[in-house]
Design a protein around this ligand. Sequence first.
Ligand SMILES: [Zn+2]
Length: 88
Amino acid sequence: MARIDFAGRFQASARMNLVPGAYYLGFGCRNCGADLAVLDAPTQGDPIDATGEGQFEVQCPRCGEIHTYEARAMRMWQAATAMPGGSD
Ligand SMILES: [Zn+2]
């Protein structure tokens, strides 16, 4: 497990164009639940342990709301490899 220690306050922009199949670190939007990808996962698919007192201020690209997220709440997920409902 990769440990990442965050300290301080970060202003992060959520990634708009995720690479299908790639792993990202981030949060779920507190307002609408959208995935907010703020970092590329340093190790592909290995669990990460986010520690420290860091906080991320992230604007949601879907609903536009800005919230502060605890670094320790950071989670990892794999970007979808196909768009739901897409036919091509
Ligand atoms: Zn949102």
